[in-house]
Design a protein around this ligand. Structure first.
Ligand code: B12
Length: 171
């Protein structure tokens, strides 16, 4: 059976809680199993929760503009914990000031995020895409520690150079 368990949370010292509650209700209504960590969540807490709940995706929110700093190393932490194929998504106000969307997308993609969501993007379309990606994944996240050998999970494919790996880029 496909794994639709997702970890939600607002990363770092960020206390913006409204969007997080909306996302919890939104994904729950659409049949995802949501584990919501709330606000002010550390990268370690995201990864520990993903391992504990055998999650297929981590969806990070960052509203206050420090997302890049807060998310540094998140993908590596996942890998070290053995969460090789886990999908990573991020949304919110990802940087301070006016930075072109493409630049922000590329920045977070390079940090290992499979989806980068901007205010005004279509959440229904995002959920449809995420569900589709999770359902078609033939191999799910390997939850072991230390890291499992590379086994060609979906997340790797999504991050390959030939497959632009952001939601906003129209994957
Ligand atoms: C309310 C608010 C606050 C409240 C928060 C109260 C609370 N309990 O949540 C208070 C007053 C505490 C606050 C504080 C601060 N705030 Co404030 N705040 C806002 C405000 C006005 C609304 C946020 C909100 O609730 N939006 C409504 C929800 C529904 O939208 P959302 O959060 O964006 O979430 C949706 C989407 O983004 C998306 N989404 C979010 N995450 C993800 C993740 C994924 C994977 C996906 C797919 C989608 C997704 O889906 C959500 C649901 O639709 C915004 C301005 C704005 N209009 O957004 C500023 C804003 C976010 N705040 C800002 C700032 C700077 C701060 C402070 C740093 C101010 C200060 N100097 O102290 C502090 C930070 C405190 C902290 N430690 O976090 C800035 C951030 C600037 C930036 N990123 O460049 C904003 C944008 C205001 C501005 N224009 O300058 N804030």
């Amino acid at each position: 059976m496909s794994n639709l368990t997702i970890i939600l949370g607002v990363i770092g010292s960020d206390c913006h809680s409204v969007g997080n509650k909306i996302l919890d209700a939104f994904f729950t209504e659409r049949g995802f199993q949501v584990v919501n960590l709330g606000v002010m969540v550390s990268p370690e807490e995201f990864v520990a929760a993903a391992a504990e709940h055998h999650a297929a995706a981590i969806l990070v929110s960052s509203l206050y503009g420090h997302g890049e700093l807060d998310c540094a190393g998140l993908r590596d932490r996942c890998t070290h914990r053995g969460l090789d194929g886990i999908l990573l998504g991020i949304g919110g106000n990802l940087v301070v000031g006016k930075t072109p969307r493409e630049v922000v997308q590329e920045k977070f993609r390079a940090m290992g995020f499979d989806y980068v969501f901007f205010p005004g993007d279509d959440l229904e379309e995002f959920a449809r895409r995420l569900r589709e990606d999770l359902l078609k994944a033939e191999c799910h996240v390997t939850h072991v520690s230390p890291p499992a050998p590379h086994d060609g999970c979906l997340g790797d494919e999504l991050r390959s150079a030939s497959a632009p790996a952001t939601f906003a880029a129209g994957r």
